[in-house]
Ligand binder design. Structure first.
Ligand code: ADP
Ligand code: MG
Length: 341
């Protein structure tokens, strides 16, 4: 075959393969966009585990009519303009890929109204050239992205989808992670037209109320608070003392500069902080937030941004270990000090 450029829609579908694994990945990408737009209210409608519909409405800044088509194009982003921006990234997104990818494997409509615009507009793409069509619409300030029939045109992907129930449980899990990343954001979640979860916004001081709602009060009732700062690194959050740790590692939420992570280095540090108090059958149980200067961490390691790379990995590891050691070994106020003498 001669060398030829891929049609845009095919290039987008290939890119979608990296980030959009299943409905929950769509939910993640769309909500990250909503949060980046300053929204503090999210209405999430899921139908049939997300395969029929994923619709997210936010009250964020909205997208100008003139930029709607561009928002759907690949490598189009309002979040960075240079490599320097990427090194000091504050937003969750920056790749300019999500909407292009999702719209190439679904029927996507984007409806938006910035506060300064009197009329809302709607865009969708059709056909191989990914040219967006625009029509006037009715919508409050903010944005709705409606994703229908995910993977309708990529049967190989569709085949890997599980039952509606399983797909919804992945979405639910993703929404929990998001709910614990921003206490100040209200979330209302519907599945098949029924409200299945509601997370009202809470002030920072009342974060434990949301944690109780998301992961259950057996964690929030026993968890110890941690807040430690050292040389520009801060670790805060809650960890369960060893005796309250779970048998299954289902409460392990770790955020780095507001992004949920699975990080081997940090997992290792947390595990080590517990020492041998857990035995074989219990897992570290925590909701933790690590904050460090954006230039200290590279977020552009993985397309779905599940991983980061720390510039001073050893230092971060030791800081996490030191911050948690006391609490994680149970040497806290609820244990009489003489037991350790
Ligand atoms: P990225 O988030 O990496 O910039 P996306 O494809 O996810 O790329 O989104 C493209 C652009 O569309 C964003 O940079 C943003 O300007 C705009 N956008 C997407 N979703 C929203 C939203 N919910 N509210 C406001 N703007 C949005
Ligand atoms: Mg995005």
């Amino acid at each position: 075959m001669p060398i030829q450029l891929l049609p845009i829609s095919l290039a987008n579908q290939i890119a979608a393969g990296e980030v959009i694994e299943r409905p929950s990945s769509v939910v993640k990408e769309l909500i990250e966009n909503s949060l980046d737009s300053g929204a503090d209210q999210l209405f999430i409608d899921i139908e049939k585990g997300g395969r029929r519909r994923i619709r997210i409405r936010d009250n964020g800044s909205g997208i100008d009519k003139d930029e709607l088509a561009l928002a759907l194009a690949r490598h189009a982003t309002s979040k960075i303009t240079s490599l320097a921006d990427l090194e000091a990234i504050q937003s969750l997104g920056f790749r300019g890929e999500a909407l292009a990818s999702i719209s190439s494997v679904s029927r996507l409509t984007l409806t938006s109204k910035p506060a300064q615009q009197t009329q809302a507009w709607q865009a969708w793409v059709e056909g191989r050239d990914m040219q967006a069509q625009l029509t006037p619409a009715s919508h409050p300030d903010g944005t709705t992205v409606d994703v229908e029939d995910l993977f309708f045109n990529t049967p190989a992907r569709r085949k890997f989808l599980r039952t509606d129930k399983t797909e919804f449980s992945h979405i639910d899990e993703m929404l929990k992670r998001i709910a614990l990343s921003r206490f100040d954001v209200k979330m209302v979640i519907q599945h098949n037209q029924k409200v299945v979860r509601q997370y009202p916004a809470v002030a920072q001081e009342r974060a434990l109320e949301r944690i109780a709602k998301v992961v259950g009060s057996s964690f929030s009732d026993t968890a110890e608070m941690v807040d430690n700062e050292h040389f520009g690194l801060r670790l805060w959050g809650w960890v369960a003392p060893p005796e309250a740790c779970r048998h299954q590692g289902d409460v392990q939420f770790l955020y780095v500069n507001g992004r949920m992570m699975r990080d081997r280095l940090l997992n290792h540090a947390i595990r080590q902080a517990y020492g041998d108090t857990l035995g074989d059958d219990r897992s570290p149980t925590y909701v933790l937030y690590l904050e460090l200067p954006p230039a200290e961490v590279d977020v552009n390691v993985h397309p779905a941004k599940h991983e980061v790379r720390f510039h001073h990995a050893r230092q971060v590891h030791d800081f996490v270990l030191q911050s948690l050691r006391g609490v994680a070994r149970g040497a806290t106020s609820n244990v009489a000090p003489h037991q350790y003498q």
